[in-house]
Design a protein around this ligand. Sequence first.
Ligand code: UT7
Length: 327
Amino acid sequence: MRIIGTGSSLPQQVVTNEDLSKIMDTSDEWISSRTGIKERHLAKEETTVSMSAEAAGRALRNAGIKAEDVDLIIVATITGDYITPSTACEVQAELGAEHAAAFDINAACSGFMFALHTAYAYLQTGIYKTALVVGAETLSKIMDWSDRSTCVLFGDGAGAVVVRAGGEESNEEGNGGGLLAFEQGTDGSRGKVLACEGRKNQNPLVQNPFVPSYVDMDGQEVYKFAVSTVPASILRVLEMSGTAAEDIKYFVLHQANIRIIQSVAKRLKADIEKFPVSLDHCGNVSAASVPILLDEMNQKGMLARGDKIVMSGFGGGLTWASAVIEW
Ligand code: UT7
C-alpha cells in the first residue's frame, strides 16, 4: 500500500497566543514555552465535513485520480458534525465518490493512524484497491473556553491521503515499499485522563438535566504516557521492519507538544531536525495533525520516492499507533 496523494484544509481564521491572552488569563510566554504552539486555526464557517471534503479533494487531485475510483473512505474524527450520518458518508456525497463505502473511526489523536492501518487491512486482503483516509477535527466546539489549561492547546483542520494497493514496482531490496510495519495499542484503563463525555440519556425514565460536556484532560498524566509509550512503539516498528533509526528520514509525530517531540527524539537518539513540526501554527489538531503535517511536507517537496518515514499517533483512549512507511 502506497500513499499516492495528500491534501489538507485549515480554517481561514488564525488565532494567535496574543489574541487568546486578550480574552483569558494566559500569555504567549506560557503557551510557547510549555508547548511550542504560537497560533492555531479556529473554525467559523468551516465544519468537520467541509474541511474533510476539501482536504480529500486536494489529496485526490494530488494523486491524479477521480472520486469515482475510490473504493473506501475512512474519516478519523471525534468531532463529527452529526452523530449520524458519519463524516465519511457526507464526504462521500460531497465528492461524488459513488462507488466508495464510507465510515468513521474514533481513536482520538491516534485516529488517523488507526484509519490508515484499517485501510491497509482492506487493501492487503484485496477487498479494495483505492482508499481515502482522512483525519479531521473541529475541536474548538468541544473545548471549555473557560479552562485555559486545555483550550489554548487545540486547533481545527483536516488532512487526507489517498492510498492504493500496489507493490508492482519493486525497490532495491526487492519489495514494493509502502507500509513496511505497523503496530497499534490501547490502554482503556487510563482513558479518563483525557475525556469528553457524550450525551446523557434523556428518555422519560430518567431525569438528566442537559449539561453540555467539554474536553477534560490531566495534561501531566497524558504527557507521561506519551513520552514513555511513543518511543517504545516506534522502536518496535523499526525492529519489525528491520530499519535502523538512522535510516529514517523523518519522524512524523502527532503534534501535541514540542517537549514531547524533543523527548521522543532524545530517547531514540535521533537528530531533532528529523522531526518536522506543524504545532507552532496549527496547535494540536488531534486526528488531523499527522496528515496535515504530511501534506505540508509533501507540498514543500520534502518527500522523495524511497524515503523511509516513521509516523506515530498517540492520545485519547488511551491509544497509540506507529508505522514505518517507504514513500
Ligand atoms: O493530543 C492529546 C495528547 N495530549 C497531550 O499530549 C498533552 C500532554 N500534556 C502537556 O502537553 C502538558 O502537560 C500541558 C501543556 C498540557 C501543561 O503543561 P504543564 O507543564 O504540565 O503545566 P501544568 O498543567 O502543570 O500547569 C502549570 C501551571 C499551573 O499553575 P500553578 O498551579 O503552578 O500555579 C496552571 O494553572 O500553569 C498554569 N496554566 C496556565 N498558565 C497560563 C495552565 N494553563 C495555563 C495557561 N496560561 N494557558
